[in-house]
Design a protein around this ligand. Structure first.
Ligand code: NAD
Ligand code: MG
Length: 397
């Protein structure tokens, strides 16, 4: 009896952790969603499997060589899927007229051009790619407003906040009697590790998150708590929240996904099992609540919800990010680019875990902060920072 309009989706980063969770939710609701495009970059085996299941109009990979390989893999299982490659194909898939919503789940600043293009075309943007807001927060939000696009936060903390904010939320905290926004953080795998041991942390240890299963980059970011730093900047732009009204609290069980503190003393929280299908289903289903496949939160199995404050010596990246947010302008772009290079170098065992913060700090110190005018300027700063970070890594490696 329900009269839902079919949504036509493009999923950028379909082969990643968020992409796979999104397709899991989509597959539960064939009456609501159809897939226009899937973009999987280099993971063509997984992409071939997804094409066979979802029969997209378009599949996108990184280059021509991979496109030819994918062609062979899907010629019998998804013969009507057109295979495209490269950056422009991502932008075209994000802006095609028949597309109603775009899941932006590419990792890193590489996800920015397609997210921005979706905004320019007034799409509904399911935003997992937090780097978009870190690198280009003001430009992205301006574009969203100018072209009447809609941003729905997939990141679990921001999704939680979105769920407990008054709706419609005006973007003015005071008007709604909001005192602050509280981001919860698990503290990552090294919450209780002796800080003296930090230089010896391996990449295998760092990517093993206690509660969430995620891509490698965000897993390392969670271990350094740079992830929470990026999320502070993300919240700053999404909710128009000044730095002084953003709090971070460590909550190792990851049951409370974030909170909003109101003037009357109330604190509203959103809870659930740590599974990204909940925020994904929330955004895809709006204004309805739809089945996500996530099990019920079992209170008989929860023996404690605990909270603590992040220590500065344990999580220097969190504080570097907080400072970059306060400095504003081009600083968050530098923070992000330096961090991407540092995390990649750590994963390749070129630098130590503790060097990630050193690389980021070095790049922020070298940078003379400027105000932002254009995306071109941002790309220039992004590229410059990446080169600087590489040079610094060579000097310490
Ligand atoms: P992932 O590494 O598992 O997947 C990344 C996806 O992006 C893959 O499909 C990959 O093929 C694609 N990709 C990588 N580089 C690309 C490039 N240069 N151009 C085009 N496509 C490229 O990452 P993930 O964990 O799914 O995270 C994706 C984004 O969502 C990140 O920005 C992350 O911060 C954010 N996020 C993830 C989670 C989570 O639970 N995994 C939670 C919150 C936010
Ligand atoms: Mg998060």
């Amino acid at each position: 009896q329900r009269n839902t309009i079919m949504q036509t989706l493009t999923i950028l980063g379909s082969t990643g952790s968020i992409g796979v969770s999104t397709l899991d939710v989509v597959a539960r609701h064939p009456d609501r969603f159809e897939i226009y495009a899937l973009a999987g970059h280099r993971q063509i085996d997984k992409l071939a499997q997804q094409c066979a299941q979802h029969q997209p109009k378009i599949a996108i990979v990184a280059n021509k060589d991979l496109a030819l390989k994918l062609q062979l893999l899907i010629q019998h299982t998804s013969p009507d899927t057109q295979i495209l490659y490269g950056e422009q194909a991502l932008i075209d898939a994000a802006t095609a007229p028949e597309v109603t919503g775009v899941m932006c789940a590419i990792v890193g600043a590489a996800g920015l051009p397609s997210a921005l293009a979706a905004a320019r075309h007034g799409k509904t943007i399911y935003l997992a790619n937090k780097e978009t807001l870190v690198v280009a927060g003001s430009l992205f939000m301006e574009t969203v407003r100018k072209y009447g696009a809609r941003v729905l936060p997939i990141d679990s903390e921001h999704n939680a906040i979105f769920q407990v904010l008054p709706q419609p939320y005006s973007g003015n905290l005071a008007k709604h009697g909001i005192q602050s926004i509280i981001l919860t953080a698990s503290g990552g795998p090294f919450l209780h590790t002796d800080i003296q041991q930090f230089p010896h942390i391996t990449s295998e240890q760092a990517v093993k998150h206690p509660n969430w299963s995620m891509g490698k980059k965000i897993s390392v970011d969670s271990a350094t708590m740079m992830n929470k730093g990026l999320e502070l900047i993300e919240a700053h732009w999404l909710f128009n929240c000044p730095p002084a009204q953003l709090e971070v609290v460590i909550h190792p069980q990851s049951v409370i996904h974030s909170m909003v503190r109101y003037a009357d003393g109330s604190v509203l929280a959103q809870m659930g099992n740590p599974d990204m299908r909940t925020p994904i289903a929330y955004c895809l289903g709006l204004p309805e609540r739809i089945e996500s496949g996530v099990g019920a939160l079992d209170f008989s199995q929860l023996n404690a919800l605990t909270f603590s404050t992040p220590e500065k010596e344990r999580y220097p990246c969190l504080y570097l990010a907080y400072q970059a947010m306060k400095d504003g302008g081009s600083s968050p772009c530098v923070l992000n680019a330096a961090n991407e290079i540092a995390v990649a170098a750590f994963l390749q065992q070129h630098i130590r875990f503790t060097d990630i913060a050193n690389v980021v700090r070095h790049c922020l110190e070298k940078h003379s902060q400027s105000s932002l005018h254009s995306i071109e300027q941002l790309w220039h700063i992004d590229q410059q920072t990446r080169e600087q970070a590489q040079q610094y890594i060579q000097s310490i490696a």
